[in-house]
Design a protein around this ligand. Structure first.
Ligand code: AMP
Length: 281
């Protein structure tokens, strides 16, 4: 497995392989890898000739310095896992390599309301940081396919819009959420929860599933939403939002919409760990 830190060397490496007619799948991550990340690797390996994974804890998408400091890092283990998966290249840049002109040089993208609702409301600036790093990574790697997780639903919407605005030929491939045994969506931040809390955190997905069942049973959205929110009314849990939205615009729905066009999204603190999840209707 190739491990490269220098962006220009990565660009050259890819250019050479593409000249040979090979397709390139790219999986950007912030490391502390788990089965969720590996499912993106599997998807890429299935469809693309070559798979590249980047590991970079991007400072510009953290709106809270403590969250950045506490973010788990384990490069040795990550490389072992990726080696075992048969990944072709791991890109391990540093901040200077990603932002040679300084992170402030970024010209924000106009996402309309997309980056201001839900996560955007609670994490101002987060999605501009995500767009900034993905944009730079795509310029370096220039893949054919970009693999991202449905777990970060709003992030998918942002990147889809960015690719469309830039007329990018990169295809966005969305991979379903991988969950722990009790339903909690896998996340690097889960490492900071005790075993018991990880089990309790399964409540988030339970609440989303409950909402979907109530839709199927014909309960009003207002009633269903408030009952689902009650399921998260427990010691140590602090709900930030639980919303039913239009899948494309992410605008909040006050009434049930059409099947295939809705998504319910939740964000909730469990002690000092912030968890997000979503379910498609
Ligand atoms: P991160 O390292 O958290 O930035 O995540 C890197 C990629 O992995 C993103 O596209 C995430 O959406 C995806 N991802 C994270 N957790 C999961 C999961 N539980 N299931 C599927 N994809 C995930």
């Amino acid at each position: 497995m190739n491990v490269i830190k220098d962006p220009e060397t990565v660009t050259e490496w890819v250019k050479e392989r593409k000249r040979q007619g090979k397709s390139v799948g790219f999986v950007p991550t912030m490391g502390a890898l788990h089965e969720g990340h590996l499912s993106l690797v599997h998807a890429s390996k299935k469809s693309s000739a070559l798979t590249i994974v980047s590991i970079f804890v991007n400072p510009t998408q953290f709106n809270d310095v403590r969250d950045l400091e506490k973010y788990p890092r384990d490069k040795g283990r990550d490389l072992e896992l990726l080696g075992a998966e048969g990944v072709d290249l791991v890109f391990l840049p540093d901040v200077e390599g990603i932002y040679p002109d300084g992170a402030e040089a970024w010209v924000p993208i106009d996402f309309g309301t997309l980056d201001k609702v839900l996560e955007g409301k609670f994490r101002p600036g987060h999605f501009q940081g995500v767009a900034q790093v993905v944009s730079r990574l795509l310029d370096i790697v220039r893949p054919d396919d970009l693999y991202m997780g449905q777990k970060d639903f709003q992030q998918i919407a942002i990147i889809r819009k960015m690719l469309a605005l830039r007329n990018s030929g990169v295809r966005l491939q969305v991979v379903p959420t991988v969950r722990e045994l009790h339903g909690l969506a896998m996340s690097s931040r889960n490492e900071r929860l005790s075993h018991t809390d990880r089990m309790r955190a399964g409540k988030l997905y339970e609440a989303l599933c409950y909402l979907k069942c109530m839709y199927e049973d014909g309960l009003s959205l207002r009633q269903a939403r408030s009952k689902a929110a009650e399921m998260l009314d427990f010691p140590d849990f602090k709900l930030e939002y639980l919303e039913l939205c239009d899948r494309t615009s992410l605008s909040t729905l006050d009434e049930w919409g059409k099947p295939g066009e809705m998504v319910a999204l939740v964000a909730c603190w469990l002690k000092d760990v912030r968890l997000i999840d979503n379910i498609l209707f």
